[in-house]
Design a protein around this ligand. Sequence first.
Ligand code: NAD
Ligand code: UDP
Length: 349
Amino acid sequence: MSHQTILVTGGAGYIGSHACVELLQAGFNVAVVDNLGNSKYESLRRVQQITGKTLTFYQADIRDKAALTEIFAKESPSTVMHFAGLKAVGESCEKPLLYYNNNVYGTMILLEVMDESNVRQLVFSSSATVYGQTSLTQYSEDFPLGPINPYGRSKAMIEDILRDLSASDKINPNRSPWKVALLRYFNPIGAHESGLIGEDPNGIPNNLMPYVAQVAIGKLPQLSVFGDDYPTPDGTGIRDYIHVVDLVKGHINAITALNSDAFKDGGCKAYNLGAGKGYSVLEIIAAFESVTGQKINYKISPRRAGDLAEYFANPALAFKELNWKVEKSLNDIVADTWNWQSKNPQGYN
Ligand code: NAD
Ligand code: UDP
């Protein structure tokens, strides 16, 4: 395992930077490719501060095929962890071309370079948003897909491309097979326990946890709770929140699985990464108030378009095949979010 180089696209971002910490601590060499479009190099400086180890950083766009080809030649990675992408649902509805270009076309270029460089091992950041609507609230990997916005469709398209690539192995027996883990994240939140790296959203956050954290610290006046008339016990929406450090540990386990006998003939498999348990918006607010001692000012507002009442992961497959499950509690998540937010009120600025 050690001395393998992992190429991390989007490694300067929220989840990617936490992945770099775990990879370095597990003894891997790390090369990051990031265009810094939604991140700052400071996150990677802090990754190296936390671990006492160095990584190699390339400021490049994954759509730049010449740059990527050169990086692959230099680094000879064994595996690519592919986090680079745009992720704001609302923005994807406004600018679908931007999302398909960055996420789908960008991944196409990455896959071409991987194929041409004979690097066919990939851990991909997919999302629970690829699932279609169903009457069930606990999602398993074999549920039908049916995303409802351009962001989710970009992830589902990439999954399709990867399944097609893997299926093409049979008729290309003379090359090494594709080994792909599609990791479908539920709601990643929290921060590294050091308080040195965390989520640093641009402008006003869209997501619940960074919003609550900014209300707690006084940067934002009030949280809007989007709907209290859902068919849930307290009427507010329920999601499966997962600590970002638990999430990235799932990626390390995925590398182990891809390197194991289970994948010796190749394959492309999806795994849910979630806790398997949901919390409501009001439960999140209560946890934040109890951990931080701060009152969270909120008001009940209309539902947000596109939101479902409740969903959470069935994480059994990841437990069985990746030997992975969440370790951290909601209180850990809130405490680490608060530690990061209060030590870095302006994020990385
Ligand atoms: P992030 O924006 O913090 O990180 C993404 C990183 O990719 C950024 O550093 C950005 O600069 C970089 N990037 C984007 N496009 C690029 C390009 N064309 N070339 C090079 N670099 C590029 O987001 P995150 O929360 O860390 O998410 C990482 C991945 O996980 C994304 O693919 C996202 O869609 C997926 N995901 C995130 C969540 C979530 O709630 N955060 C949930 C499900 C899936
Ligand atoms: N939410 C909320 N107020 C906010 C942001 C989110 O009430 O300012 C609710 C939202 O309706 C959902 C939950 O919090 O029920 C999680 O939302 P988030 O945007 O974090 O994740 P997603 O819904 O995209 O999974």
